[in-house]
Design a binder for this molecule. Structure first.
Ligand SMILES: Cc1cc2nc3c(=O)[nH]c(=O)nc-3n(C[C@H](O)[C@H](O)[C@H](O)COP(=O)(O)OP(=O)(O)OC[C@H]3O[C@@H](n4cnc5c(N)ncnc54)[C@H](O)[C@@H]3O)c2cc1C
Length: 362
């Protein structure tokens, strides 16, 4: 098959690799001049990433073993979880190299412009020339605002996007601990983060639906941080009614909105989704059917997000107090947050007071 992939991010390149290694003719079109740049990501991966079997050392910056959750009134709880912090530039280039070695062609400075019948129109930004391509499959891996999904007429306009702003800062940090700060005046609808690269450098940021920059500036000021470099970008929230396939077009990654609504982590869901999509296409199975188990996990994240979205500062204080018990912490230590259902069920059984928050489901 002749396959055009729009977007040379990690999910687009991994999809390209998966098709190319099976002998398909793959071209990846990336609108930026370089793969992996500009960086718009904190680069946190849960240790579920180990399941893929990729050589971490090509892009690993730091390894985390604890997450500190800080409530609005300053109550704290430490949760043991192993996370990896990666360099997104090296991470993206790792997947681009993988795709190229398998035979995929990557064309940078090439933007998907529009659809014309069965053809897609790609513009070379160096020559300003438009190229008409007629592939068997078009893969939209072109990020949260997916021009491909829009051109093919199935971008769900109900989708909700966050806008993340972060800075690389210098200071004194505990290198094995991520700090997260919750509260209406800190970061409504999510949390502010301090993610160490080392004991002297950290990635500090927030993400919100509106006024992101205002909350970011306030958090930076309150912590006396000075930005060495600012990075920002749109992050989609999973939407259960976003279709993933129409005509000969398939969506993956942020283009499909496959981002955990609890933490806004999209890398692992996007890579897993790419594997499921490629396998269903190659085996002639229905992508929407095969993706159901991953959709179920994304829905649980969305449900937790919808509950947390209605929390008052007092609710966050209460939650931190409930989690700060050995019996609950043990559950968090045994499960990855990639799949939150076992955590919810076990925590609910061990601490019935969590039931108080169920009222926010409606
Ligand atoms: C501030 C911030 C922090 C984040 N932190 C984390 C984190 O810690 N962990 C995590 O898992 N996720 C995080 N994310 C989310 C993560 O960055 C995304 O989920 C991930 O990049 C998705 O990969 P992708 O390949 O689907 O899309 P992208 O990485 O967005 O790649 C899409 C590519 O398509 C290209 N493109 C767009 N339009 C066109 C076009 N018309 N023609 C050609 N190319 C086009 C874009 O230039 C881009 O290179 C964060 C996001 C932000 C903004």
């Amino acid at each position: 098959m002749k396959i055009s992939i729009i977007g040379g991010g990690p999910v687009g390149c991994y999809t390209g690799y998966l098709f190319a290694k099976e002998g398909h003719l793959v071209t990846i079109y990336e609108n930026h001049p370089l793969i992996g740049s500009p960086i718009q990501c904190t680069g946190i991966l849960t240790n579920d990433f180990d399941d893929f079997g990729f050589p971490l050392k090509s892009f690993l910056v730091n390894t985390i073993n604890k997450i500190e959750v800080i409530s609005p009134s300053g109550e704290e709880v430490l949760i043991k979880q192993k996370d990896y912090i990666v360099c997104r530039n090296k991470f993206d280039n790792f997947f681009a190299d993988l795709a190229k070695k398998a035979g995929a062609k990557i064309l940078v400075n090439h933007s998907f412009i529009r659809k014309e019948g069965k053809a897609v129109i790609i513009k070379d930004s160096l020559t300003n020339k438009e190229i008409k391509v007629t592939p068997d499959l078009v893969i939209g891996a072109d990020g949260p605002l997916s021009p491909t999904a829009k051109a093919f007429g199935f971008y769900n306009s109900e989708r909700k996007n966050y806008y993340g702003v972060q800075a690389v800062v210098e200071g004194k940090f505990e290198p094995g601990t991520i700090k997260t700060y919750f509260g209406q005046s800190i970061c409504p609808g999510l949390f502010a983060w301090i993610v160490p690269e080392s004991s002297t450098i950290a990635r500090v940021g927030i993400a919100a639906v509106k006024d992101s920059r205002k909350y970011f500036d306030k958090f930076m000021k309150e912590n006396n941080f000075k930005a060495k470099e600012i990075q920002a970008g749109t992050i989609p929230i999973y939407h259960p009614r976003q279709k993933l396939h129409q005509d000969n077009c398939y969506l993956v990654g942020d283009a499909a909105g496959f981002v955990k609504a609890t933490t806004l982590g999209g890398l692992i869901p996007g890579l897993k989704q790419a594997e499921i999509m490629v396998k269903s296409v190659l085996e002639g199975k229905d992508y929407e059917v095969e993706i159901k188990p991953l959709r179920r996990k994304m829905k649980i994240h969305l449900m937790i997000h919808n509950i947390l979205d209605k929390f008052s500062d007092k609710d966050f204080d209460k939650m931190v107090r409930y989690v700060n018990q050995p019996k609950i912490q043990k559950i968090f230590e045994q499960h990855t947050r990639e799949n939150p259902l076992p955590i919810l069920l076990k925590a609910g059984l061990k601490e019935p007071r969590f039931a108080y928050f169920v009222k926010y489901l409606w």
